[in-house]
Design a protein around this ligand. Structure first.
Ligand code: CTP
Ligand code: MN
Ligand code: MN
Length: 484
């Protein structure tokens, strides 16, 4: 039945793994060079071929394109004088690393992100003046929020609260630039492992301009800042904060623009005012969990293979939020466009939908990469107000056994999921800095849709958030460490 040749053919020898170095390059942003000194020629050959077989690009010579120099057994001093003789210069994307980084990468099958412990520091470089991470003392604070671990454990609340009032006040007056400076200062202070005790401690900290420094100085001397007190007592600030600085202002603005378009939406505005009291109250983690069950039940009923994850502030471990954010994963292509209308329909039939605004997908793969970063993403999403049953009837008004909660749902296409999850997890400032870092330090464009490498004109694939951090050469920051 089978051709004889097939049956009698000798079993093929397994291919000799490390032959010619013609293997496919998988990691285009990484170019290795292994230092032969101390490692020895044959071990170097073996390791080079091993790396090539795993899709790494390994150069035999220390060319200008090399990004990762790997050394084994060399003293830092000797290694660095040799590297400098070769004309090798440290820049933000050239690393000189211990063999440990190499072996970890080989076992991971991909370049693992470079951590401080991997670096072989150049002893000749002044540690304070150099921007390169290898030359930083371990305690140095990065000016980028995406290189700091910011938990909810804020040891400098007395300063950050004040700086955030200043930021908010400027924002309400339309001064976005100066406002961001105060936000960055507050965010940096939130990442510190302990409270500032003396003003001198701020000397080597980044993100502090003279205005922020002056506020810190005043608070550490007098216990409060006169400017902040002034703002807090200012009628204008209070009014503006109430009318548009409130957490639900986006919703109101939306309603207003909708009302302009069609009279039928006036009910939305009425709804907004009706539920104003409820939606301006923070949502607790318990309420978020209860909503997750409701959303999950609806999603699975519509599409049993879809899954729901919580994102936004609650994924970062916050106990309270102004809304609850969910991201929906649909394994079949095209489902992301139909799932939200179906879920909304179901909420409506359950009589728990108080308001909904569905934004259909405008996502177009051909339009990537986008160059306007602060813009919203193009995924199918909806802004809802949902009726959530209360555990006990706490509301004094007769018979109201529910509260209104703002809920955001987003449904990206499956191959965009990881980027969308990262973007929707926030915090806003963390993501802003992650994008800025990608662009300025790595020549890459990151948004909620993709990560794009400008040097190679390629999109970088990511199955997990870890992959995105690794592509950017960043240590992985867990969601609860992204409260920048
Ligand atoms: N986001 C986004 N695209 C949108 C809406 C939101 O990328 N169209 C991101 C925001 O930038 C933020 C995250 O989704 O990083 C969550 O947004 P939001 O709910 O406004 O903020 P939270 O961090 O969840 O804060 P809170 O706890 O107050 O809800
Ligand atoms: Mn949120
Ligand atoms: Mn939200």
């Amino acid at each position: 039945m089978f051709p004889k040749a097939l049956l009698t053919r000798k079993r093929r020898r397994p291919e000799v793994a490390f032959v010619g170095g013609r293997e496919e390059v998988k990691f285009r942003d990484v170019r290795l060079f292994l230092v032969e000194r101390r490692m020895g020629k044959s071990r170097r050959n073996f390791l080079s071929n091993l790396a090539r077989s795993k899709g790494f690009c390994v150069d035999d010579a220390l060319s200008a394109d090399v990004t990762h120099v790997v050394s084994e057994g060399n003293a830092a001093q000797e290694l660095w004088s040799w590297l400098e003789e070769q004309g090798f210069r440290e820049t933000h994307d050239k690393h000189v690393l211990h063999i440990s980084w190499f072996t970890e990468s080989m076992s991971a099958g991909r370049p693992v992100s470079v951590e401080i412990r991997h670096y072989i520091q150049n002893p000749a470089v002044d540690q304070r003046s150099c921007a390169h991470p290898s030359a930083k003392p371990e305690s140095a604070v990065s000016p980028y929020a995406c290189q700091r671990r910011t938990t909810l454990d804020n040891h400098n609340k007395i300063f950050t609260d004040a700086l955030e009032v200043l930021a908010e006040n400027l924002e309400l007056c339309g001064n976005q630039g100066p406002s961001l400076a105060f936000r960055r200062a507050a965010s940096m202070l939130k990442s510190l492992p302990a409270a500032l005790r003396r003003l001198e401690e701020t000397q080597h900290l980044p993100c502090l301009g003279e205005h922020s420094r002056a506020i810190i100085e005043e608070i550490s001397e007098c216990g409060s800042s006169s400017r902040v007190e002034e703002i807090l007592n200012d009628e204008r600030y209070r009014t503006m904060k109430f009318s548009q600085g409130n957490s639900s202002h986006i919703f109101f603005r939306q309603c207003k623009s909708l009302v302009c378009h069609s009279i039928s939406y006036s009910s939305a505005l009425v709804a907004g005012f009706l539920f104003y009291e409820d939606i301006s109250k923070p949502v607790s983690r318990t309420e978020a969990s209860a909503l997750k069950i409701i959303v999950e039940e609806a999603v699975i009923c519509v599409n049993p293979s879809a899954t729901v994850s919580i994102t936004g502030g609650f994924r970062r471990g916050k106990e309270f939020g102004h809304d609850v954010d969910f991201i929906i994963k649909t394994p079949e292509a095209g489902q992301e466009d139909v799932i939200l209308p179906a879920v909304i329909k179901r909420f409506k039939s359950q009589n728990i939908l108080l308001y909904s605004d569905l934004q259909e997908s405008t996502f177009d793969l051909r339009k990537l990469p986008t160059h306007c970063f602060e813009a919203m993403d193009h995924f199918s999403k909806c802004f809802l107000i949902i009726k959530l049953k209360r555990e006990q009837e706490t509301d004094a008004r007769a018979g109201k056994d529910w509260r209104a909660v703002r809920v955001d749902l987003v449904a990206p296409p499956l191959e965009r999921f990881t980027y969308a999850l990262l973007g929707w997890t926030g915090s806003t400032l963390f993501l802003r800095d992650l994008r800025r870092f990608a662009r300025l330090e790595r020549g890459k464009l990151l948004d909620n849709h993709a990560l794009y490498d400008k040097a190679t004109n390629t999109f970088l694939p990511a199955k997990t958030e870890e992959d995105i951090f690794a592509h950017l050469g960043l240590e992985y920051i867990e969601p609860w460490q992204r409260n920048a």
